[in-house]
Design a protein around this ligand. Structure first.
Ligand code: B12
Ligand code: SF4
Ligand code: SF4
Length: 282
């Protein structure tokens, strides 16, 4: 599949969006396969929405538009899914602004695994189906780098602790999905604000972790996870990563305790799952 040329998007049905959401590569219809490299005729496409219209629709389903970009015809970031798009629109959370939309949802209350992923897929999938876009997700397979997507869409920078930092939201933001549209949404040039970390001499994020998980060799995931899961880790476990909380940028957007606790629990589950998978491969 990787060697196939990217397929264009155009007037996809909800089923195509479903296939993409489920992690399977979207397959082009016979007519689109024949007309590789361009968006074909076929179903009448809805006019390409403006970014303001997309922001309004995203807000209505509980998400924020985080930015957008026009990928190249052979966009490296999208190569794993073999899809060609006119515009990629990134959706996500900023601080705790959208948290209540999820926290009050059926998924948050049903006791089943991965409630936030399921909520994100439901609301983003419905939006994608509405506008004839494909939806992709940070947890999808094949895995796409949402941090690299984000760097193309909005003014974010790499922080010393690996997370992307935004001049307004600081380290308090995340990505919930992206819409791939066939048309080119009109975009203003990206205003690359100055890197917030360049004005931060003290770099408290690097010295606040009780187990010094951010060292010269990168992030010590095992040390972090052991601490967070242990008796001494209640501060990280219940209120979120101390290193992240030490950052002065966007401090007013720090996650509310309920949100921080939810993410830390998800992080621990994900690390346990990864270790179990790796162990079963040995
Ligand atoms: C797998 C993954 C992890 C794994 C990383 C294991 C590993 N090193 O492989 C684990 C479970 C450890 C992890 C942890 C966290 N992650 Co994470 N993670 C992802 C995920 C789903 C895939 C990354 C990937 O494999 N990409 C594919 C490769 C090709 O792209 P890449 O950009 O080179 O990927 C690397 C980085 O993303 C890095 N990475 C991922 N998360 C983190 C976190 C930190 C602190 C660091 C240093 C690096 C790092 O690991 C990848 C492989 O090297 C992405 C979503 C996505 N699809 O991008 C989120 C993502 C990168 N994670 C995110 C977050 C927020 C976290 C946590 C802070 C979650 C939390 N608790 O709230 C924690 C950090 C731990 C902590 N102490 O708090 C956000 C980052 C947002 C931002 N502002 O930059 C993302 C984009 C998810 C999202 N929905 O927004 N994560
Ligand atoms: S504490 Fe300073 S160096 Fe660390 S992420 Fe925040 S601004 Fe950047
Ligand atoms: S969660 Fe706690 S242990 Fe893990 S990196 Fe953050 S401060 Fe360190």
């Amino acid at each position: 599949m990787r060697n196939e040329r990217p397929q264009p998007i155009g007037g996809e049905s909800p089923r195509t969006a479903d296939r993409c959401r489920s992690g399977r590569l979207p397959r082009a219809s016979a007519s689109r396969r024949q007309a590789r490299g361009r968006v074909t005729s076929g179903p009448v496409l809805a006019p390409t929405p403006t970014l303001a219209e997309l922001a309004r629709r995203a807000e209505a389903v509980g998400l924020a538009v985080r930015g957008a970009f026009h990928p190249t015809d052979d966009e490296e970031i999208l190569r794993p899914i073999g899809v060609r798009a006119g515009t990629v629109v990134l959706l996500g959370f900023t601080g705790s602004v959208q948290w209540a939309n999820f926290a009050g949802s059926a998924e948050a209350a049903d006791g089943l695994p991965d409630p936030l992923d399921r909520w994100s897929q439901r609301v983003t999938g419905a939006l994608a189906a509405d506008i004839g876009a494909l939806a992709i997700y940070p947890g999808g397979a094949p895995r796409l780098s949402f941090q690299r997507l984000a760097a193309r869409c909005e003014a974010v920078h790499q922080s010393p602790i690996g997370l992307l930092i935004h001049e307004r939201w600081g380290l308090w933001h995340a990505y919930r999905g992206a819409l791939l549209l066939s048309g080119k949404v009109e975009l203003s040039p990206l205003d690359r604000a100055a890197h917030p970390c360049s004005a931060c001499r003290a770099q408290p994020c690097l010295t606040s972790c009780p187990v010094a998980a951010f060292g010269a060799d990168g992030f010590n995931l095992a040390a972090c996870a052991a601490h967070v899961a242990g008796a001494a880790g209640s501060e990280c476990r219940d209120r979120g990563c101390l290193a992240r909380r030490a950052c002065p940028v966007g401090a007013e957007f720090r996650y509310v305790d309920e949100q921080a606790k939810f993410h830390t629990a998800a992080f621990l589950r994900s690390v346990a799952l990864t270790s179990a998978t790796e162990a079963s491969r040995l």
